[in-house]
Design a protein around this ligand. Structure first.
Ligand SMILES: O=c1ccn([C@H]2C[C@H](O)[C@@H](COP(=O)(O)OP(=O)(O)OP(=O)(O)O)O2)c(=O)[nH]1
Length: 156
């Protein structure tokens, strides 16, 4: 079952009710990075290596950024905390899609806490203002959960 925002509001540190949607909570842009260099991914994570990220925008310090076509990493400005019996899914805002851009997102695990990062694909140039709402998070109550998230992205 997807939780409505009356309940899920407790799990996102939002700025104000503009972020509250009918079924989920909008997430704001925090920082944007260029991805530089190669990543390495294996089965056990022994060889896992993230590429380098060069920060090109921060909602704290900058007013707006114009992005050319390309791939960027985006870190959200809102801290989220997933309860131990829930997972969360994040979708791009449809306005972002209508502008020719999208976010690629993965599963948010039970117990995860932090400022998530998503892949931003700019297929048509876009200007993004500080703290623009770019995504929407949906919380899903989950049964039969095995443990809670404690990987390298916890509390980042
Ligand atoms: O698009 C996403 C999806 C999830 N997360 C956060 C929440 C999630 O709980 C955590 C780890 O995600 P996942 O388990 O998919 O990462 P992994 O690559 O398997 O890392 P680990 O080995 O730490 O599990 O990262 C993001 O920042 N971005």
């Amino acid at each position: 079952m997807i939780l409505g925002p009356k309940l899920s509001k407790k799990f996102v540190e939002i700025m104000d009710d503009t972020q509250v949607q009918q079924c989920g909570i909008d997430l704001r842009v925090g920082s944007i990075y260029r991805i530089e260099g190669e990543g390495v991914l294996d089965y056990s994570n022994e060889k896992r290596k993230l590429p380098s990220y060069r920060k090109i925008f921060s909602s704290e310090n900058d007013i707006k950024i114009s992005l050319d076509r390309g791939i960027y990493l985006i870190k959200v400005a809102d801290k989220i905390k997933i309860p131990e019996d829930m997972a969360a899914l994040v979708y791009p805002r449809s306005s972002l899609l209508r502008m020719g851009c999208t976010l690629y997102t993965a599963v948010h695990d039970p117990g995860y806490e932090g400022y998530p990062e998503y892949l931003l694909n700019v297929m048509n140039p876009i200007t993004i203002y500080r703290y623009a709402r770019v995504a929407q998070i949906l919380f899903i109550r989950s049964s039969g959960v095995v443990g809670t998230y404690s990987g390298i992205y916890q509390k980042r």
